[in-house]
Design a protein around this ligand. Structure first.
Ligand code: NAP
Length: 316
């Protein structure tokens, strides 16, 4: 286990995952360093290098990225491909150059092939074509995994790569156009209740299955791995998820109950469904002793409370 008196840099501390990491690390007595984007733009290689030279963190959690869905990837493919590669290259290279002892790189389940056997095992990486709608993001994340692994091989670093499933949590993005499916649904059910609407219409048949992990559980898994395992014990990459999925219909029913909306749920079957199932195999992380704690209902109750008590989340 690394010495908690060492400096820990959390890149992307204001985001969904970064803020969960800071919540997890701070009570453990970690000396956590963060920088706002206005103080340190991670796209700027020279600025990143100067920061590492001056601060000399011993441990790095890399949770900064350009994150988004189909709309973002198709409208801003350069930002998703070049932007993410720049951020991760700058941080990973400076971490190596300035002697960081341990780094954790956050990837995503999008790195896996579009058509993969379920549940998805780590070894399915690069076995067939990616989902075209998020290819720029996925290619950047795969390059990040390969760079961490190359650093470990060539320079003996200890850089870990984790692949979380779909995340939700405190401080999430509820933007009506570019939020992920779960916070978007929560917002729409909330607004339907507030406006006295009779129904909420959801795109597709509602039958695709998805897995959702509470971001604070992910943060616990990341810190657990960093504190207890080396990259050679973890392997090239490791999935972090619940190992349980549900249909969009089940998710919508649960959100309706949590929000207290009494109207109907309708499905617009003229709209596309997307991938039918996307469940990660989490047997590797289970074998290392980590299991998620927060059930989907419990997590939804927590974030609805956050949504109601934080007007900034509802503003956009
Ligand atoms: N959300 C999910 O469902 C999910 C699922 C799997 C994996 N992940 C991975 O987890 C990581 C974190 O995702 P997230 O959901 O926490 O994203 P997020 O909420 O959008 O947070 C990203 C953070 O990165 C920062 N950032 C972006 N570009 C930057 C730059 N040029 N300079 C400095 N800071 C910059 C953002 O700063 P600002 O606050 O200034 O914008 C923000 O704090 C990503 O690598 C993502 O791929 C997320």
């Amino acid at each position: 286990m690394y010495d908690l008196n060492n400096k820990i840099y959390v890149a992307g501390h204001a985001g969904l995952v970064g803020s969960a990491l800071v919540r997890q690390l701070t009570p453990l007595g970690g000396n956590v360093v963060t920088k706002k984007r206005s103080e340190l733009d991670l796209l700027d290689a020279d600025a990143v290098s100067r920061f590492f030279e001056a601060e000399r963190p011993a441990v790095v959690y890399l949770a900064a990225a350009k994150v988004g869905g189909i709309h973002g990837n198709s409208t801003y493919p350069v930002d998703f491909l070049l932007g993410n590669m720049k951020i991760q290259n700058n941080v990973i290279e400076s971490a190596w150059r300035y002697g960081v002892k341990k780094l954790l790189f956050l990837g995503s389940s999008c790195i896996y092939p579009k058509i993969a056997p379920q549940p998805i095992k780590e070894e399915y990486l690069l076995t067939s074509s990616l989902e075209p709608t998020n290819e720029p993001y996925a290619i950047a994340k795969i390059a990040g995994i390969k760079l961490c692994n190359a650093m470990n091989r060539q320079y003996g670093t200890d850089f870990l790569c984790v692949m979380p499933s779909n995340l939700y949590g405190f401080n999430d993005n509820y933007h009506p156009e570019n939020a992920h499916a779960l916070p978007m649904l929560l917002r729409r059910f909330h607004e339907a209740k507030e406006n006295g609407s009779n129904s909420v219409v959801i795109w597709g048949s509602g039958t695709p299955r998805r897995e959702f992990l509470f971001a604070d559980d992910l943060a616990k898994a990341c810190v657990y791995l960093m504190n207890n395992y080396t990259s050679s014990e973890v392997g090239e990459l490791i999935n972090i998820g619940t190992g349980e999925d549900c249909t969009i219909i089940e998710l919508a029913e649960l959100i309706r109950e949590v929000v207290g909306f009494s109207g109907n749920i309708e499905f617009d079957r003229t709209k596309p469904d997307g991938t039918l199932r996307k469940l990660m195999d989490v047997s590797r992380i289970h074998s290392l002793g980590w299991y998620h704690k927060t059930s989907l209902r419990e997590g939804l109750e927590k974030i609805y409370d956050d949504f109601l008590n934080n007007p900034a989340l509802r503003r956009s």
